[in-house]
Design a protein around this ligand. Sequence first.
Ligand code: ZN
Length: 282
Amino acid sequence: MTEPLSILNIGGHPKDAILYAGGTMARHVERGDRVTILSATTGMSHHLQAIDDYRDSGDLPDIDALIAERKQELINAAAELGVTDVRYLGHDDQVVLPNAQMVNDIADVIGEIQPNIIVTHWPYDTVAAHALATQMTLLAIEAASTIRPGSPYAPTGGDTGGESAQLFYHVQLGRTNVLEQLNLRVPNTIIDITSTFLKKSAAMNQFKSQHYGEDSLQQRKLGEAIDGGMSAIHSRVTYAESFIAHNPEVYEFLPLSDYRRNLTNRSPEEQEKSRMQMLLVD
Ligand SMILES: [Zn+2]
């Protein structure tokens, strides 16, 4: 096998790195790659359980305890995927502009782990914390390469030389509104997560503050609507996560993955079964 990859998966909120790319991360861990999950913010403004409790009781919650709980949820969820390196930067998620401290914190992690691949949100996502996480990631990539010009990690074909890294954006909509559709979000990279989907389910079930949980209907919806959606169906696999590569990939020849060739070589019956199979059945 080639040298293991270092992958940095960045979410604007604690659960995002797993919701949008958890199955893919589990596959990379199984292959022996090194995965780091980073949440830039505490996600406190999206602590749905706490918001419900406050509405019902009128009692202000213990914020520090809730932040610790959300951090622990992310650590537990990452562990379900086999990811042990979790960076919870702990910034307020009510950010409205890129924040120098957050950029520096992300740049420090990039400098430390030298990722070959970074995964984050689509830059035009209309959830502010998502788009800002991406803007700050792009700034952090620049900062990390400037701070460490000798680094093997270099950003988007910039002038620092060295080996180019790749950046992937999630494809799922942050919200359904007209602004999200103005920039075409067409996936050009699909990862079959059928083999790790149950790990992803177990991971998502750790986010109890988000109304996920053992018997959560949200979990089932995630599997059947998001991961089992059109990208999976068109690829003739059961569950998939979809991405857009920021940089064009470089090859010696026009690419066709061995995986795709194997998928298309299956019998029509096998392909049909893959499309129709659901793992989260009653
Ligand atoms: Zn989010």
